[in-house]
Design a protein around this ligand. Structure first.
Ligand SMILES: [Mg+2]
Length: 443
């Protein structure tokens, strides 16, 4: 028997606001950050579990402290017993009778649980000697539903219905896994469309995206309508009529404003409109979706838990569901959300802008393809070409597809040098960067 013996957190930040990578209508100066966790055991196998919550700078210290608050929930636990019942482990964190008050099941504490749950899944996959997607895809339908907490879901999805969905997908699993290994999973790129980029850079990056094999690109919108119309026209001219263009407002609008703004961009053929308004506004999203059809609404990167996703599906608030690997409480809750999406027949197109989110979420889509929805129709994983060099097992994109990871684990592990140099505020990257200089240059 072995036990969890170490629980080490890091506040890791990248000064991405210097080049305006990741800039959008609401997040003008993001410093991509990870509240990062390593768990270790006394098993003597040298294996560690790595996980993180993604934030964008200020507040990453709060997020790291929230992960610290879970230290005693993990240290001393029997590793084999924990890994044998990861559904029970999830509940032991989410249903903590006191920490629950801070949500329930939302915000900083819920994201902290996500980091812990993901770190333990990373360890589970490393121990099994397989990438996470493969570990999940080889579970039986019964094992998969045991990972899910169906509390608050049963009016939309029962355990038996989930089992039925999973059993229906069982016969084609091997064939789809082969296809995945050969071809990868479709990706789209947000790289051309950050709001802080000038027109020349936008057009150049649009051409590059098409040359690299992407079938969908995404532009940030919502700061200024005239600018958006001009950028949309330039992008459409650059990519031609056959490449899909999605737009992302990052929650900028009220409902009526969203509808007017989107109407003005529709002549350039909008594939989806992402986060048009507050991520909590289920009925607002539904009203927008109804008004802008046949353009469609996508949302999810800030949807705080499976219960809100359930309601969005019930209310027809979205046509594309965007899971995020580090927003809800980790792998287990995302499995619940994948099952909900499958029940409602809605394609899942994960959010992955940020640091490490591409690395993580690819595993969930690949699992979905093999064992849940069984399809890649209208499904794409976001790809952003930033910061992959900091990871031990970075994503590999070929011809507009994510290649299936082969290395054991959840691809969450950052290089040791990155953890040391980007640690905030004492790491080399931060001590060498003058804050004053940075502020002047992003103003
Ligand atoms: Mg977005």
């Amino acid at each position: 028997m072995s036990r969890f013996t170490e629980f080490e957190t890091y506040d890791v930040r990248f000064p991405t606001s210097v080049d305006l990578d990741g800039s959008d209508a609401m997040n003008a100066d993001p410093d991509y950050s990870a509240a990062y966790l390593i768990v270790r055991t006394d098993a003597g196998d040298g294996l560690e579990g790595h996980g993180f919550a993604f934030t964008i700078g200020r507040g990453n210290d709060v997020q790291t402290a929230a992960i610290e608050a879970l230290r005693d929930h993990v240290l001393g636990l029997d590793v084999e017993a924990t890994l044998a019942d990861l559904g029970g482990f999830w509940k032991s964190l989410v249903h903590d009778s006191q920490l629950r008050w801070l949500g329930p099941e939302k915000g900083v504490m819920h994201m902290a649980i996500g980091a812990v749950v993901n770190a333990v899944w990373d360890l589970a996959a490393k121990r099994a000697g397989v990438p996470l997607w493969k570990l999940l895809a080889d579970l039986t339908p019964e094992q998969i539903v045991d990972l899910v907490d169906f509390r608050y879901l049963t009016d939309a999805l029962t355990r038996d219905e989930a089992l039925e969905i999973l059993r229906r997908a069982e016969p084609g699993r091997a064939e789809r896994e082969q296809l995945l290994r050969a071809k990868g999973y479709p990706a789209y790129t947000t790289t051309p469309g950050w709001l802080g980029y000038d027109d020349e850079k936008l057009v150049r990056l649009c051409h590059e995206a098409v040359a690299e094999g992407f079938g969908l690109i995404k532009l940030k919108v919502g700061a200024n309508l005239d600018d958006d119309i001009r950028r949309m026209r330039l992008a459409r001219a650059a990519v031609g009529p056959d490449i899909r263009i999605a737009i992302d407002a990052n929650q900028r609008w009220d409902v009526a404003e969203a509808i007017t703004w989107i109407e003005a961009l529709k002549p350039y053929d909008v594939w989806w409109v992402e986060e048009p308004t507050s991520p909590d506004d289920i009925l607002g999203h539904a009203a927008i979706a109804q008004a802008i059809a046949p353009a469609r609404v996508a949302t999810g990167e800030h949807v705080q838990n499976r219960v809100v996703f359930k309601q969005m599906l019930q209310a027809k608030s979205l046509s594309f569901l965007q899971i995020d690997s580090a927003r809800v409480a980790g792998v287990n809750e995302n499995i619940a959300i994948l099952l909900l999406a499958a029940k409602f027949g809605i394609p899942v197109c994960p959010h992955a802008g940020g640091v490490g989110l591409c690395e993580l979420v690819q595993h969930l889509s690949m699992f979905d393809l093999i064992a849940v929805s069984g399809s890649t129709d209208d499904r794409v994983i976001e790809y952003v070409d930033h910061l992959h060099e900091h990871f031990v097992d970075p994503v590999i994109i070929r011809d507009g597809h994510y290649l299936a990871p082969t290395r054991p684990g959840y691809s969450a592990e950052m290089n040791p040098a990155t953890l040391a140099e980007h640690r905030y505020p004492g790491g080399k990257v931060w001590t060498e960067l003058s804050t004053g200089w940075q502020k002047e240059n992003i103003a």
